[in-house]
Ligand binder design. Sequence first.
Ligand SMILES: [Ca+2]
Length: 326
Amino acid sequence: MEKKQIIIDTDCGIDDAQAIMMALAAPHVHILGITCVFGNAAVENVCQNVLAVLSVCEQEGIPVFRGSGSPLVTGSCLINDHFGGDGLGDVITDKDPHWEGKIQKEHAVNAMIRLVSENQKKVSLVALGPLTNLALAVRLDPCFPQKLKDLYVMGGNMEGKGNVTLCAEFNFAMDPESAYVVLEEFLCQTYVATWEFACRNMLTWEFFEELINQDATAARFMKTITSRCSAYSKESLKNKRDIYFGAGFVSYDSYAMAACIDSSVITESIECPVAVELQGVISRGMMTLDRTKELKKSHSVCVFTTCDVVRVGQLLMGSLRQPINQ
Ligand SMILES: [Ca+2]
C-alpha cells in the first residue's frame, strides 16, 4: 500500500510534540518534512524541539526546516508561555549545542513548495501553528494550494470562544493576516480542528496519567516535559477552558493529526464557508462560520464538531510507545 505523504508545519509546543509522535507512530504515514514556525516559542526553540522529538523517537532522518520567526504583518510577536519559555516545559537540560547544523539550509517555505510540487495531489499538509509559512507559500507559488491533496488546520474557533483573547484562538490570534490568507486562498480540501472542537472532545486526566506512565522512552519524555507545566496541572487556577468546557486533558494539535492519519476519527462536521476577522477590536483573529451563506463565498471548508474519542485515545497511547523497535 502506498504510504500517506504528509508535511507537518509546527510551532512545536507540548501538544505539537504529541501530534508529531502520533504521525511518527503511524505505519502507513511517510513524513516528507517538518517545517517550523514561531508560536509556542521562538522559531529557534521550535527547531530544537522538533529535533528533540525526532531524537526521542529515533527518527532523525526526517528533514527539519526553519520558517517564519514572526507574523506576516503585526510587528510585535507575543510568544505565549503556555508550555514554558522554550515550548517544551523548560525542563530539558541536555540541549543539543549542534542543533543548527541539523536544520536544513533550505527555508521552510521553499521546502514546502518543492516537496508538494514534486508530489502533486499526494501530500496532506498538517498545520499546527500560526499559518505564516502557508501564507508565504501561496504568495511565492499561487498554485501551491491546488497542488496539495488536502490541508488540516488546528486553529480558529467555531463558537466565538477565544483562548488567548476574548474571541480568538492562539494560532489565529498570533497571525490573523496569515490565517485570513490561508482560509481565503487555499481552495484545496480543507479540514479545520478548532479550539472549541478539541475542548468538546477532551479526554480525562485519568487517561492522561495512564498515557504518560507507559513504559517507553517517548512516554517518559512526555512525562518530563509536562511535569512542571501548569497547562498539565489539575491543581492550577481555573483557565478559560475549564470555565467553558469543564476539566479534562486536551492535546489540541493531536486532533488535527488524528483526523489526517485516520479519517474515521471524525464522526461529525460542518461543511460551510468560513472567514477570519481582521478589523475587530475584540474579535480580531476570530474565525466565523458562514452557515447561512451570507458572504456568498464559493469555497467551503470542513469544520470538525465531534470525533471518536476512544480512537483518539488509542492513537495517543500508541504514539508514546516509541521508539517503535525498542
Ligand atoms: Ca501548535
